[in-house]
Design a binder for this molecule. Structure first.
Ligand SMILES: C[S@@+](CC[C@H](N)C(=O)[O-])C[C@H]1O[C@@H](n2cnc3c(N)ncnc32)[C@H](O)[C@@H]1O
Length: 215
């Protein structure tokens, strides 16, 4: 998936993936996981309100996002005035405990994520086509501090029925992707009923959302 694809989605306002509400799985499962306080990394963060919720739980938040438009919207829509700094590989927008590194996640280095204890992935892994998912996870292995845990939300559906993103990423693939460095535990699964609007609108016959703890 080329950068241009995402820049176009943001400039045309085609951001059906964006949820204005805080993600229910995040609120339900975050505390139960006994995740450490500390900095949370939100890859491919868009303008997700989940970053505000994480900040309000006492975490510092670092997001990574390609689109400057998304990041501008995030700060404006939430009444935050960011400090903007130019760095070599990205721009750093920060305000009130939330920092977003604006640029390509593949340019981040371990030194950019020092202090990160947890990664929160909603619509990040599933935003990437299969050919990029291995590179993405390999990159995370290189840049995340040791002992970093993850909460990951993934979607599964018959891939032939819809072109992603979001792509269908099932439990088997998630285990294969992460197993060299992490333990994967599926902690919750929700099957959408056949007549759910998310299936009907997309013309897909079944869909499942799962939550994983990766540690
Ligand atoms: C499906 S959206 C999910 C956004 C957010 N996680 C949410 O829950 O609303 C994927 C986001 O990843 C961003 N993105 C795609 N490729 C990226 C890359 N290589 N580096 C940083 N961000 C990227 C896109 O601009 C888009 O905002």
């Amino acid at each position: 998936m080329k950068s241009e694809f995402w820049h176009q989605r943001w400039s045309e306002g085609q951001i059906g993936f964006h949820q204005s509400d805080i993600n229910g799985y995040l609120q339900e499962h975050w505390r139960n996981l006994y995740l450490d306080q500390g900095t949370v990394f939100v890859p491919l963060c868009g303008k997700s309100s989940d970053m505000l919720w994480l900040r309000d739980q006492g975490h510092s938040v670092i997001g990574s996002e390609l689109s400057e438009l998304a990041v501008k919207d995030f700060f404006e829509e939430n009444g935050l005035t960011p400090t903007i700094e130019e760095a070599e590989r990205y721009q750093r927008w920060s305000s009130d405990g939330i920092t977003i590194l604006v640029g390509d996640i593949f340019k981040l280095r371990a030194e950019d994520l020092m202090g990160v204890t947890t990664l929160y992935d909603r619509a990040a892994l599933v935003a990437l086509p299969e050919s990029m998912r291995w590179d993405y996870v390999h990159h995370l292995q290189k840049i995340l501090p040791h002992q970093c845990k993850m909460l990951l939300i993934a979607t599964t559906y018959p891939q032939e029925e819809m072109a992603g993103p979001p792509f269908s990423v099932d439990e088997r693939e998630i285990r294969a992707l992460y197993k060299s460095h992490w333990q994967v535990e599926q902690i919750f699964t929700h099957n959408f009923p056949d007549d759910h609007p998310r299936l009907k609108n997309r013309g897909i016959s079944r869909m499942e959302e799962s939550v994983y703890l990766i540690s």
